[in-house]
Design a protein around this ligand. Structure first.
Ligand code: CTP
Length: 403
């Protein structure tokens, strides 16, 4: 783990935790990093640029234009200079601007120009952090490929106690070192991911589907892309689509469309992750016109859809790694191990709907990783982004064995 010679741009916004960034800068400089700092106007009320400039051994920027010297601070250059940009503390106000592309200050304009990995450490009061608009904005940043460090829990500046604390400087230092020293372990790899539900049309206005949000698969796609992989995401209808230059999204609706899209990519991929909740059956016939109410009951004949994972499992070539999901409500391990074998998965990620914090539509998950011949590993209840990291970590350890 090393930050030596790495260029780190730190954005500071107006929160009481701003003073802690001084410790982080000291740690980064001590370990050989180059640091530049951008502050919002309200951050200046919490810590002086002089303190930060002294520790960072360089200038601290807070405006596009320095009236005293006449120097223009170029946000594009700053954004391109950085190997990594950290915004800490991140207030609800700057979060909202970042999520919606506003650039009314040097920090947000630099964020929009940056091409490097971006990490944010929110710090807010309890109810602000829990507010749905904040939760949604954090989700938007995640979907744009930003690493969001969930706020810590403890005493807050308001006197309340709960979630909302910026990560401690020592922890931030460890996280940045880790990200910078191991930035692209999947560089050169191609990852195919199926995600989201499918919709099987009954008529032009109705369909059969399920509650999948696609969040787990999207989290894996973002993680894989951030780790350097080229990602082909075959995505059923979901409310959000990730945007990252290395994620290539194919939107599909039905199981058949998902199969065709995945099959076209499969041959070229190194890792395939089957996280989609594919409808097992679809109507034999899709009516051309809207079905009219007729009688007290309605029968729709269904036919079995292609099992995408199983069919592509049969085409798996040496060196390719297949990861599947299982969602069970009883006899979880037995059923999941049966899927591992039948679908030729190298690993099954098992969700149990009996677990608190797991399942559809949630931002957290609790899973069991099942690999043939290995003792099952159970995760804690973690954000789906963390589960995504664990899945890819295990996958990378598996690869040499399957070659
Ligand atoms: N899957 C798939 N294509 C299908 C059905 C499932 O690719 N038509 C994949 C899922 O993406 C998942 C795994 O297979 O990785 C397990 O899905 P599940 O629906 O639980 O499998 P089934 O064998 O259909 O399970 P069950 O017997 O419980 O219905």
């Amino acid at each position: 783990m090393s930050v030596q010679h790495k260029k780190i741009l730190i954005g500071i916004t107006g929160g009481i935790a701003a003073y802690k960034v001084a410790t982080l800068i000291r740690l980064l400089i001590k370990h050989g990093a180059e640091v530049k700092v951008v502050m919002t106007a309200s951050a200046l009320d919490f810590i002086t640029p002089l303190t930060l400039a002294t520790l960072a051994k360089g200038p601290v920027y807070s405006d596009f234009y320095d009236k005293k010297t006449g120097v223009w601070h170029n946000h594009v250059e700053l954004g391109l200079w950085a190997d990594l940009m950290l915004v800490a503390p991140l207030t609800a106000n700057t979060l909202a601007k970042m999520a919606h592309g506003q650039s009314d200050n040097l920090l947000t304009a630099t964020y929009l120009s940056a091409r490097c990995p971006i990490v944010v450490s929110p710090a807010m009061d309890l109810d602000m952090y829990r507010h749905p608009s904040v939760t949604q904005n954090l989700d938007t940043l995640r979907s744009h490929g930003v690493t969001v460090l969930d706020a810590g829990t403890g005493e807050l500046a308001s006197g309340l106690s709960g979630q909302g604390r910026m990560r401690e400087p020592e922890e931030l230092f460890e996280i940045l070192s880790d990200l910078l020293s191991n930035r692209e372990p999947l560089a050169g790899k191609r990852v195919l991911i199926t995600a989201g539900p499918t919709q099987e049309a009954i008529d032009p206005v109705r369909y059969i589907s399920n509650h999948s949000s696609g969040k787990m698969g999207i989290a894996i796609a973002l993680q894989a892309a951030m780790q350097g992989a080229e990602v082909d995401l075959v995505l059923g209808p979901t409310s959000y689509t990730p945007s990252h230059p290395r994620i290539h999204v194919t939107h599909v609706r039905s199981a058949e469309e998902m199969f065709q899209a995945a099959a076209a990519i499969h041959e070229a991929c190194d890792i395939a992750v089957f996280s989609a909740a594919v409808a097992d059956y679809s109507p034999v016939k899709t009516a051309d016109q809207k079905l009219k109410k007729d009688g007290d009951s309605l029968r729709i004949e269904l036919k079995k859809n292609t099992d995408i994972a199983q069919t592509l499992g049969m085409r798996k070539r040496p060196g390719q790694l297949h990861i599947g999901f299982a969602l069970e409500t009883e006899n979880e391990t037995t059923y999941a191990l049966e899927k591992l074998e039948r679908k030729r998965f190298d690993m099954v990620v098992l969700n149990s709907l009996r677990d608190e914090g797991a399942g559809f539509q949630k931002d957290t998950n609790k899973v069991t990783y099942l690999v043939a011949g290995q003792v099952p590993q159970v995760s804690d209840v973690l954000p789906k982004t963390e589960i995504a990291k664990q899945i890819l970590e295990i996958a990378q350890k598996l690869r040499p064995q399957s070659n």
